[in-house]
Design a protein around this ligand. Structure first.
Ligand code: ATP
Ligand code: MG
Length: 407
């Protein structure tokens, strides 16, 4: 195996310690996967994983002897977690996979070598290994693909997608997050085999879809691979409406709003993915807003802020930024002013409350309606937000009510 010693990686101290322990115990160990890729791209890796020829049964006592707590993360797949304070590092036994039965789950064999372990990984850029003394190991041309910003399956693209259909969405995820392009055979395999995604659980699909949507190139990727998304959402999508996704702030509600805006059956498609209830609620509230042309007045914005939460308003403004930037600029300025000047848009900001209204002679059941009337007047700038002005208005409101009741 050809290690390139010209590469040096600034690996986290717990990883160096684990490598030392494993090697002193007579085993092989290397850093693999996404973290090598991210180091080479100059990105901060989310996690840092080790691969070794030690089995979990050999690993557990070895780590215990060095007082490193372990967590069984997936022993059937040969993965053990090593805990250092709040951080957990995954150590996975070299494995070979075969006999995929359901387009997702393989039979796992542990009598593998580093070479076979790298071969079972999805993309060339995820099949790199590194080691503090040995340098970099690139058996599948991952480095050249990293430099060319190219996503390529290890081995025959069609076979890799057939084995595990989740790789279709992982391809779109890396293309979106890293801004890479799929090389032609990988792109073709992904597009042609999209129907296999029916074998993948909704939870997995939803998790990958979130990552695709949050990527910097979400717009271009969703538009290019619209056929894949149509399969996932089970509905036709308008690709032109998907392109602006990248211009939206990376807020999950905002980006889902962008995706579902392009969708013929948005609520049904979203519900089928079993997302968190909060996302469903946000979309139910905000999607109708995307189909109306917003007036540009501050008063209108304040009335929306009565109905929507602040995070929902922010999410909707993020959507507007991509589709109607000039309207967004006006409304965002209003939104900032309302916040900075603590302008009244909700009952809590009124200079009176229910208790102070009791003195005005209102019945308990009438207080809520009177406060709402006060708020409306203040928002429309027809009434000053001071206790005296509000009490005066409330008295007149109550009198008006009595007079109407008498008629
Ligand atoms: P992230 O930065 O999101 O963690 P990652 O590439 O590290 O990205 P993980 O899901 O953490 O992704 O997986 C770690 C590694 O395991 C990958 O880099 C890849 O080598 C391999 N891998 C993960 N999922 C698959 C899969 N479905 N098929 C083949 N290899 C996979
Ligand atoms: Mg990872």
């Amino acid at each position: 195996m050809l290690w390139d010693t010209n590469y040096h990686f600034n690996l986290p101290p717990p990883i160096l310690r684990l490598l030392e322990i494993l090697e002193a115990g007579g085993f092989e160990a290397v850093v693999v996967g996404g973290c090598v890729r991210d180091y080479l791209l100059g990105r901060t890796p989310k996690d840092c994983d080790l691969a070794t020829n030690a089995t979990p049964q050999e690993l557990a006592p070895l780590l215990k002897a060095h007082k490193i707590p372990t967590i069984p993360l997936g022993l059937a797949f040969g993965t053990l977690g090593a805990r250092f304070g709040k951080q957990v590092f995954e150590i996975t036994t070299y494995r070979e996979e075969s006999g995929y039965t359901d387009h997702r789950h393989p039979k796992v064999h542990f009598n593998a070598t580093l070479e076979t372990d790298l071969k079972r990984r999805d993309f060339t850029i995820n099949a790199l290994a590194c080691h503090p003394q040995k340098g970099l190991l690139d058996l599948h041309g991952g480095l050249a693909d990293l430099r060319a910003k190219r996503l390529r399956f290890v081995g025959v693209a069609v076979d890799r997608v057939n084995e595990d259909a989740l790789r279709i969405l992982r391809a779109l995820r890396f293309a979106s997050v890293l801004g890479f392009k799929l090389e032609p055979k990988s792109a073709q395999a992904v597009l042609e085999h999209a129907p296999l995604l029916k074998y993948i659980s909704k939870e997995r699909i939803f998790a990958e879809l979130c990552k695709i949507l949050m990527g910097a190139q979400a717009g271009a990727v969703c538009a290019t691979y619209v056929g894949v998304l149509e399969g996932v959402l089970n509905t036709p999508l308008n690709p032109t409406l998907l392109s602006p996704l990248s211009q939206m702030p990376p807020n999950l509600t905002t980006r889902f709003l962008g995706l579902l805006f392009a969708c013929e059956t948005p609520f049904k498609s979203l519900a089928e993915l079993k997302p968190p209830k909060k996302l469903i609620k946000n979309i139910e509230r905000l999607l109708p807003c995307t189909h109306q042309s917003p007036p540009l007045s501050k008063i209108w914005l304040k009335t929306q802020m009565q109905i929507l939460s602040l995070s929902q308003v922010r999410a909707w403004l993020g959507w507007l930024k991509a589709y109607e930037p000039s309207k967004w600029a006006v409304l965002r300025t209003h939104f900032k002013q309302i916040g900075a000047q603590r302008e009244v848009y909700t009952l809590g900001f009124l200079a009176i409350n229910g208790r102070s209204l009791k003195g005005v002679g209102l019945k308990k059941a009438e207080i809520g309606a009177c406060l709402q009337a006060c708020l409306k007047e203040v928002i429309h700038q027809r009434l000053e937000n001071t206790p005296s002005a509000l009490s005066k208005f409330a008295r007149a409101w109550a009198q008006n009510l009595r007079e109407h009741a008498l008629k």
